[in-house]
Design a protein around this ligand. Structure first.
Ligand SMILES: [Zn+2]
Length: 493
C-alpha cells in the first residue's frame, strides 16, 4: 500500500511538467513506513500567544513579535497558547504530542507541560486544537524580561533522537524573550446606593455579595487588573426624578460627584452611584433608555472619577459599570451602535475587538467579532486598543496618588445644556488640582474677569459641565466661549 501511494504521489507531482518515467523508477521501492519523517518535516510551531483578556501574539511564523498589541500584565492570570501547522504534504494521522514551555524566571526555571491530540493544523476558535499552558497570577511579578523556549515532542519518535522527535521555538536552540509590563494595579470602586425618594418608594439597589461578585468578575474580565476591589457606602437619599430619557441623570451624577468631594477618598477611587428609579428594568426601559452617565475624565481629574449607573442588577448593570468606568478612564466611544463622541483613533471601523478575547472567569475564548466595551453593540468584550488604554490609565492613576489640597478649594460647577449654554451652577468642593480640558470663563459685573475653567463632557448626554473658580463678588453675568452672556441669577441655584 505504501509503495502504491508513493508512486501515485510522484505521478501527480510530475503531471504538470515533462513527466519522466525514469524518475518514478528512481524512487520506486522505497517504503515510507521504514523511513519515518522527522516531526519537523510534518509540523511546525506557527504561533505563540498570551491571553489575559485579549490575544497578544508573541511569536508568529517562527519569529518573535517586535511590538506587542497589548501589554503582558504582571500579577494577572492567563494562558499561553501554542499553535501548530501540519504540513499539507505529510501523511499526518491524529496522535498525541507533548509540549513543554520553559520560562526562565529570575526565581528559577518553570516548566509547564501539556499533551494534546493533534488532528490537524490548529484552529484559533478551538481551544483544544492548541497547546494551552495556564499562567498563575504570580508567574510574572513585575516589569521584566523573561527568556523562554517551547518544545513539542512526538513520543513515538523519541527513540530516534531529538532531531527526529521535536520541534522547537526558537528553532536555533536559543531563547526568545517575553517582555512583561508592570501590573497596572487594582481598580478600586466605591458603590453609592442611591435611595430613590421621588416616587415615595425609597428603593435602593441590591448590593448584596452576589451582586458585587458579578460586578467584580465583569471588571476583572475586561480590565487588565491584578484585582478589583468594591465596597459599598450608606444609601444616599435622592429626592429628584430620574427618567429613562435622560431627565435627572445629570443632577444625580452631580450628586454622586458631590458625595465623592465630601467623602474625600484617596484619588484612585471611582465612585459608582447605582439606583432603581422604577420597580423593574422592564418598567424603566421600554425601548431605549439611558443606562449610565459619566464624565470623560483626564488622567489627573481625581474629583471627576464618578459615574451614575442603572442598578437593576445582572449583566446590564455589570456591563454598564464597566463602560462608565471606561469613560472615567478617558475613553470615548467605539464606533458601533450609533453612539455620539466616537474616539477618532479607534482602529477597527466596525467597533469590534480586532483580536480574539479570553474570559478569565470561565477560561473561554471570545470571538474577535465581539464589540468593544466602549461601543453600544452586543456581544461586548474588549478590544486590544481599549485594553491597552485601560492599562495605561490604571498605571498612571495608581502610581500618581494625588495629595489632597488642604484646605479643600471651593469652585463653581456650571452645568451646560446640549447647546453648551449654562443652565445652572453650584458651589462645589475640589480636593485635588483641576486639570481637565481648559476653557475660558469670563465673569462680568463691576469688573470683567476671565478665569480658566475645565470642561468635562458627558458621555451619553449632550453637554457637560465646567468647573471654574468661584465668581468674584459683584458678578452678574458669566460667559463661556462662543455663547451669549448669561445672567448669573439664571444659573444659580
Ligand atoms: Zn458611553
Amino acid at each position: 500500500m505504501a509503495f502504491r501511494n508513493l508512486r501515485l504521489w510522484i505521478c501527480v507531482a510530475c503531471a504538470c511538467s515533462s513527466s519522466n518515467p525514469v524518475e518514478i523508477a528512481h524512487d520506486a521501492g522505497v517504503d515510507a513506513q521504514s523511513a519515518p519523517l522527522a516531526l519537523g518535516d510534518q509540523l511546525s510551531l506557527s504561533e505563540i500567544a498570551i491571553y489575559q483578556g485579549v490575544k497578544i501574539e508573541v511569536m508568529t511564523a517562527g519569529s518573535g513579535v517586535a511590538a506587542y498589541n497589548a501589554p503582558i500584565v504582571a500579577r494577572r492570570a492567563g494562558i499561553v497558547r501554542a499553535f501548530v501547522q501540519v504540513s499539507k504534504s505529510s501523511r499526518w494521522k491524529s496522535h498525541k504530542l507533548d509540549a513543554e514551555l520553559h520560562l526562565l524566571l529570575a526565581s528559577g526555571e518553570q516548566v509547564l507541560t501539556q499533551t494534546i491530540w493533534v488532528a490537524s493544523t490548529s484552529d484559533a476558535d478551538a481551544i483544544d486544537s492548541t497547546f494551552v499552558f495556564s499562567l498563575a497570577a504570580e508567574t510574572f511579578v513585575g516589569k521584566q524580561l523573561v527568556p523562554y523556549y517551547l518544545v513539542v515532542r512526538d513520543p513515538k519518535l523519541t527513540p530516534l533522537g531529538d532531531a527526529m522527535a521535536i520541534v522547537r521555538y526558537p528553532a536555533d536552540g536559543s531563547n526568545d524573550t517575553l517582555r512583561v509590563d508592570t501590573s497596572p494595579g487594582t481598580v478600586t470602586l466605591h458603590v453609592v446606593p442611591v435611595q430613590y425618594d421621588f416616587d415615595g418608594s425609597h428603593r435602593v439597589p441590591n448590593t448584596d455579595m452576589n451582586t458585587l461578585a458579578g460586578i467584580r468578575q465583569e471588571m476583572m474580565d475586561l480590565y487588565p487588573a491584578r484585582d478589583v476591589t468594591i465596597d459599598v457606602g450608606p444609601p444616599m437619599p435622592w429626592p429628584d426624578a430620574i427618567d429613562p430619557g435622560g431627565n435627572g441623570w445629570d443632577t444625580v451624577l452631580q450628586g454622586i460627584l458631590d458625595k465623592r468631594s465630601k467623602d474625600a477618598p484617596t484619588s484612585e477611587v471611582y465612585y459608582v452611584g447605582m439606583f432603581v428609579p422604577r420597580q423593574s428594568f422592564g418598567a424603566y426601559c421600554n425601548q431605549s433608555c439611558i443606562l449610565g452617565l459619566a464624565p470623560v475624565a483626564g488622567p489627573m481629574d481625581a474629583d471627576q472619577r464618578g459615574a451614575a449607573v442603572i442598578g437593576f442588577g445582572g449583566f446590564t448593570t455589570q456591563e454598564t459599570i464597566a463602560h462608565e468606568v471606561g469613560h472615567n478612564m478617558g475613553r470615548w466611544h467605539s464606533p458601533c451602535g450609533g453612539p455620539a463622541n466616537i474616539d477618532p483613533k479607534f482602529p477597527y471601523a466596525d467597533g469590534t475587538d480586532g483580536v480574539q478575547g479570553f474570559r478569565l472567569s470561565d477560561q473561554s475564548l471570545v470571538p474577535d467579532y465581539a464589540a468593544d466595551v466602549m461601543s453600544y453593540c452586543p456581544p461586548e468584550w474588549v478590544s486590544d486598543y481599549t485594553y491597552k488604554a485601560f492599562a495605561a490609565r490604571m498605571s498612571y492613576v495608581n502610581t500618581h496618588i494625588q495629595a489632597r489640597v488642604t484646605p479643600s478649594v471651593h469652585f463653581t460647577r456650571i452645568s451646560l445644556d446640549a447647546s453648551g449654554a449654562p443652565v445652572s451652577s453650584r458651589e462645589v468642593i475640589q480636593n485635588h488640582a483641576l486639570v481637565g480640558e481648559a476653557i475660558s470663563v469670563t465673569y462680568e459685573g463691576a469688573k470683567v474677569v476671565s478665569q480658566e475653567g475645565h470642561y468635562f463632557r458627558y458621555d451619553h448626554l449632550p453637554g457637560g459641565y465646567v468647573v471654574a473658580p468661584l465668581p468674584p463678588m459683584g458678578t452678574t453675568h458669566l460667559r463661556v466661549p462662543s455663547l451669549s452672556p448669561v445672567r448669573l441669577s439664571l444659573i444659580s441655584e
